[in-house]
Design a protein around this ligand. Sequence first.
Ligand code: NAP
Length: 154
Amino acid sequence: MGSTETTTKDKILIFGGTGYIGKYMVKASISLGHKTYVYARPISEKTSLSKLQLHKEFQSLSVIIVQGELDEHEKLVSVIREVDVVISALAYPQVLDQFKIIDAIKVAGNIKRFLPSDFGCEEDRVKPLPPFDNFLEKKRRIRRAIEAAGIPYT
Ligand SMILES: NC(=O)c1ccc[n+]([C@@H]2O[C@H](COP(=O)([O-])OP(=O)(O)OC[C@H]3O[C@@H](n4cnc5c(N)ncnc54)[C@H](OP(=O)(O)O)[C@@H]3O)[C@@H](O)[C@H]2O)c1
């Protein structure tokens, strides 16, 4: 029976995939056999050499890089419709920009699971001093919006 079983691997879209944490996720996703997409800001004359090299490395690994801004709603919806799982590893200053991803996931309506950029402490269980709590409050707002939209999340 085993040899005739077929498994369809989820297709994964990663925001912030060229970042400190994101690049490891992209490589892990590829190595686990998932068709992997990265939504990244467009290459320009300001793009660093290291980021250009990372784009080339991703392309050599068959990562599909979609260049776009987070404000491009229609583009976001269309790439989200091609995948099953969305992971955000956006930088801290872009935490609230994830509302744009949530809006697009709601319109697309096909996402099985969303992992917001939330790779630190558990913000619903800690109450740190105000400066750090202000930062965590942004992540809490994102989590509440995901819950309100009924999007399965981790
Ligand atoms: N780094 C750490 O030590 C650390 C520790 C604990 C938790 N975290 C958490 O992990 C998450 C990711 O952090 P990170 O350090 O990996 O992030 P990062 O490397 O600073 O940035 C991640 C990606 O965010 C995108 N980005 C940056 N500026 C942007 C802008 N102005 N507009 C749109 N996109 C922009 C970039 O993607 P493109 O260039 O591809 O568009 C970038 O590669 C955050 O939630 C952070 O709080 C990080």
